[in-house]
Design a protein around this ligand. Structure first.
Ligand code: BYC
Length: 322
């Protein structure tokens, strides 16, 4: 697939405008909403930020399903706080995309109509309570690696949203790790539950960070524009290098017979099943229909809240006009 490149000009864009814009990126300046930017830079950001926002919101579902079944009050309050945080992350990100001219309605319509992408990882089921811990440890762990990089992104509102999101994700990551380490040292049943959860979430967590660089049509332009500071494979390697030793120390077995360390200390993974990844992204495998059904239901049931807010705003504006 061929993507537009940073050197491609849209009609009405000049080479001088591009040169001045690229010089700002090279100086490490943040691009702000009112600033001139190439149409393709704007399109790429709306694509990425809206997908990211959808991922946060759909990402509430696998863990949210366990709130009523949490094994203790402590675990329940932590989980409620975490799921609420994810809703907040969705809000920051929809706002960031709105600064680029996308409307909330068109982004949500695209999600609810099944036209927008969200992270593949949330089409996997959370089958046991240990999955909640494993999502925190691995899924938030992978997200942090990616988002710490995006905190340095060239677009100001996205970069600032990432700083805030990362500090909350750090807590999500720690609570997940604490939970799994506890179970991995617990009864034989708890240890098995933790291992089964790792078996289910390891590969999807690696896939979550996107296709290999050679198969990633967007990475080249995004890196050139300082939106991504690292490639998918670089972020994946950082994630693996950090998590493999910790998982092994917890006494768990990583479900990859080919996993090994090379001379430079990197942990090298075996082949990733990209057919599964694309089937999950396209909704041909996994829980895409259920996830969208849950979002559609929530949207319909929330209609009265939106109507009440509009009526309240209209009344306030009427009073202000009086
Ligand atoms: N799933 O050229 P590529 C969270 C698509 S939620 C689905 O490499 P790019 C949390 C990609 O969109 C936070 N699709 O793309 C919440 C592209 O398709 P289009 C999740 C994927 O953008 C609740 C095509 O494949 N984090 O933390 O350069 C509970 C080619 O890919 C995926 C984010 O959303 C995927 N995994 O790089 C717990 C991070 N991967 O758009 C936790 C923000 C790729 O051309 N996003 N595709 O049709 C990113 O950083 C980047 O978009 C990616 C992909 C690294 C994901």
């Amino acid at each position: 697939m061929t993507q537009m490149q940073p050197t491609d000009l849209h009609p009405q864009e000049t080479a001088e405008q591009h040169a001045a814009f690229n010089a700002r990126i090279a100086r490490g300046e943040k691009i702000e909403p009112g600033d001139w930017m190439p149409a393709e830079y704007r399109r790429q950001l709306i694509r990425m930020i809206s997908q990211h926002a959808h991922s946060e919101v759909v990402g509430m579902l696998p863990e949210g399903a366990w709130i009523t079944r949490a094994p203790s009050l402590k675990r329940k309050t932590i989980l409620i706080a975490k799921v609420q945080d994810e809703a907040g992350h969705g809000q920051y990100l929809y706002h960031a995309a709105e600064t680029l001219g996308a409307t909330r309605e068109e982004m949500l319509d695209a999600l609810l109509a099944g036209k927008a992408k969200y992270s593949s990882i949330f089409n996997y089921p959370s089958l046991t309570w240990a999955d909640v811990g494993m999502i925190g440890w691995l899924v938030d762990g992978a997200a942090i690696k990616n988002q710490t990089m995006l905190a340095g992104c060239s677009y100001g509102p996205y970069s600032r949203a990432m700083v805030r999101i990362c500090s909350e994700e750090t807590f999500h990551h720690k609570q997940g790790k604490e939970m799994i380490v506890t179970y991995a040292q617990g009864t034989p049943e708890q240890r098995q539950m933790a291992q089964d959860a790792l078996n289910r979430w390891w590969w999807p967590s690696l896939m979550m960070l996107g296709p290999h660089d050679a198969d990633s049509p967007n990475t080249g332009a995004l890196v050139q524009w300082g939106i991504k500071l690292k490639t998918n494979d670089e972020v994946r390697q950082e994630f693996i290098n950090e998590h493999v030793p910790e998982l092994l120390e917890a006494g768990l077995t990583i479900p990859d017979p080919d996993l090994h360390q090379d001379e430079s200390g990197n942990w090298i993974h075996g082949p990733i099943n990209w057919d599964e990844f694309w089937a999950v992204v396209k909704g041909q495998q996994g829980l895409n229909r259920e996830r969208l059904g849950a979002r559609q239901q929530a949207h319909e049931e929330g209609a009265w809240v939106r109507e009440a807010m509009q009526a309240y705003t209209a009344r306030q504006m009427g009073q202000a006009a009086d």
